[in-house]
Design a protein around this ligand. Structure first.
Ligand SMILES: Nc1nc2c(ncn2[C@@H]2O[C@H](COP(=O)(O)OP(=O)(O)OP(=O)(O)O)[C@@H](O)[C@H]2O)c(=O)[nH]1
Ligand SMILES: [Mg+2]
Length: 329
């Protein structure tokens, strides 16, 4: 008979996560994946114990997305090297549509290859893309919060081919789209508004030469200049993960976007909004539109959740109880 894993003490686990204890982070992520009701309660307490300041006002949640094989994992490895040189710790969530095992292993290998070795300041977790939450697993948001408590930068790698449904831009402070040289798809998606405009655009495989330069200039031509002086100006860059060129600039652009968010006072509101949307999406999945109407309608719910102070599980469970209690009456 297989032993049922014992549940950890959420207070102690939260403290160890905040101290960047990698095995504690792994344990916390497993807990978020555990569907048993007691595990859910334990996870809710863990999330509630993580330092709020780190979860909502610090660190950097970076999304790296792009078509299959464009070089996202290679760029991640190259970026990790730059970030480690800058003394930043990095947690990576790799969302793999095919295999959670090979995806993580591949990324790990690439990181080892490019970064020499994986030091204690880098943590990788790969996730299967279960397709239940608009392509992204529902745990990605709470998992990102756990990682934010531990690491300076949390990078989420996802395969995205332009559709809004599998968009990481609803989960990360800064979304970086990686484009393939000589591929018109991303340009078409951008033009047609099928794809959310990313915060940073990068054409990888610049080492192929002409085709990469052409794609870069086409992308630049597609980008609209900002309407107001204080708006974010989306940079479009070229990089080569294998040659290691353009990586510092990419890291700089990603950091510049975070600085802009902070300067505009947007970092916390953006994260509160992701959390509110995450809660609403889960309520919608469980109770449908009718459930949302019972709770006062989506837009009112969004307004109140953006102001809410609780952890995602606490807020979700409170609303769920309100609904169920209302139905029992
Ligand atoms: N020439 C060239 N090849 C690259 C570059 N970056 C990555 N590649 C190659 O492109 C292939 C895919 O690289 P990955 O980093 O696995 O791409 P990915 O986007 O993570 O792929 P998936 O996760 O499977 O979608 C590999 O064979 C890499 O060696 C680059 O800068 N130049
Ligand atoms: Mg990859």
């Amino acid at each position: 008979m297989q032993a049922i894993p014992a549940l950890p003490d959420p207070e102690a686990l939260a403290a160890s996560v905040s101290e960047q204890d990698r095995s504690a982070v792994a344990k916390a992520l497993n807990l978020l994946d555990d569907k048993r009701p007691q595990a859910r309660q334990c996870a809710a307490r863990l999330l509630a114990k993580l330092p709020k300041q780190r979860l909502y006002s610090a660190g950097h949640l970076v999304g790296l997305t792009g078509p299959p094989g464009v070089g996202k994992s290679s760029l991640t490895a190259a970026l990790v090297r730059v970030w480690r040189e800058r003394r930043l710790s990095v947690g990576i969530l790799a969302v793999d549509p095919s295999s959670p095992i090979s995806g993580g292993a591949l990324l790990g290998d690439r990181l080892r290859m490019l970064s020499g070795s994986l030091d204690a300041g880098v943590f990788i977790r790969s996730l299967a893309c279960r397709g239940e939450f608009g392509g992204l697993s529902a745990e990605v948001w709470p998992m990102s919060l756990v990682m934010l408590a531990a690491f300076d930068i949390v990078l989420v790698e996802t395969v995205g081919v332009g559709q809004k449904e599998i968009d990481v831009s609803k989960l990360t402070d800064t979304t970086c789209f990686v484009a393939q040289p000589a591929s018109g798809d991303s340009i078409q998606f951008l033009k047609a508004g099928i794809m959310e405009i990313p915060h940073v655009l990068v054409v990888n495989k610049a080492d192929v030469g002409m085709a990469a330069r052409k794609t870069l200039s086409e992308l630049r031509a597609t980008l609209q200049p900002p309407r107001n002086a204080q708006d974010w100006r989306v940079p479009a860059l070229a990089a080569s993960a294998t040659m290691g060129t353009g990586i510092e600039e990419l890291a700089d652009s990603i950091e510049a976007h975070r600085a802009w968010l902070l300067d505009q006072g947007l970092l916390s509101p953006v994260r509160q909004r992701f959390q509110a949307e995450w809660i609403i999406k889960r309520l919608l999945e469980e109770f449908g539109r009718f459930g949302l109407e019972k709770l006062g309608g989506e837009s009112r719910l969004l307004t109140s959740l953006v102001e809410a102070q609780g952890s995602p599980f606490e807020e979700y469970d409170a609303l769920r109880h309100r609904l169920l209690a209302g139905w029992r009456e």
